[in-house]
Design a protein around this ligand. Structure first.
Ligand code: AP5
Length: 208
């Protein structure tokens, strides 16, 4: 079993690309952000603990995240590997992951900070299927999402103040992981400041 990691700053396009890679590879997407938002909505103990960190643009403590992943990886659909989206985000998380499953590719989607605020503040998604859209760069069709269950959803942490804090957190705690994975010879850097289709094409080549 071998898994892949989608890595990059907030708003880099990890979720957007995950939906496409999932279609091409069959690997299920495991997004710690989505898992945490589900826990917050369900008002579980994990959700109650995570909410304050998420609203402030800070990282949820490593042990909470690692326990979520340990449980998720035991599910039936993970038997042939998964595509991690937004995990790991710290060196301790990466070290824990290396004990849980083999990682064959880390895809680092690179986007300059100057593009991130616009991307995040214009983001919305379909509550029916989870597909991600953007007011300007990737709007939903006038008839709604192709899934047929269109409901517009916006995230509580998608505002300019929290984005800056999320970017600061990324540079301080998460970006050092790129070097960590580079030294392991499995980091693939992709220019994420281009059209969505071009980026998908390069990721699929990197995964070949
Ligand atoms: P999480 O949900 O993981 O958020 P994030 O990493 O901040 O990433 P985003 O989901 O914001 O962005 P994305 O890269 O998926 O971009 P998207 O495809 O949507 O985490 C949220 C919070 O949970 C964290 O702040 C933290 O508190 C906590 N958390 C989660 N995981 C954790 C962990 N492992 N450890 C500790 N805490 C954790 O695209 C963004 C927008 O841009 C969209 O509107 C899209 O349509 C548009 N777009 C995409 N690609 C392009 C393109 N090429 N050109 C133009 N626009 C584009």
């Amino acid at each position: 079993m071998s898994s892949i990691v989608l890595f990059g700053p907030p708003g880099a396009g990890k979720g957007t690309q995950a939906a496409r890679i999932m279609e091409a590879t069959g690997l299920p997407q495991v997004s710690t952000g989505d898992m945490l938002r589900a826990a917050v909505n369900a008002n579980t103990l994990t959700g109650i603990e995570a909410k304050g960190y998420m609203d402030a643009g800070k990282l949820v403590p490593d042990e909470v995240i690692i326990n979520l992943i340990k449980d998720r990886i035991l599910e039936d659909d993970a038997v042939n590997g998964v595509m991690f989206d937004g995990f790991p985000r710290t060196i301790p998380q990466a070290e824990a992951l290396s004990q849980i499953t083999a990682v064959s590719h880390v895809i680092a989607i690179e986007v300059p900070d100057s593009k991130i605020v616009d991307r995040i503040c214009g983001r919305y998604s379909c509550g029916g299927c989870g597909l991600v859209y953007h007011d300007t760069f990737n709007p939903v069709a006038a008839s709604g999402c192709d899934c047929g269950n269109w409901q517009e959803k916006r995230r509580a942490d998608d505002n300019a103040a929290t984005v800056q804090s999320r970017l600061d957190t990324y540079h301080l705690q998460t970006s050092p992981l790129a070097q960590w994975y580079k030294e392991k010879g499995i980091l693939h850097s992709i220019d994420g400041d281009r059209a969505i289709d071009q980026i998908t094409g390069d990721i699929l080549v990197a995964l070949e």
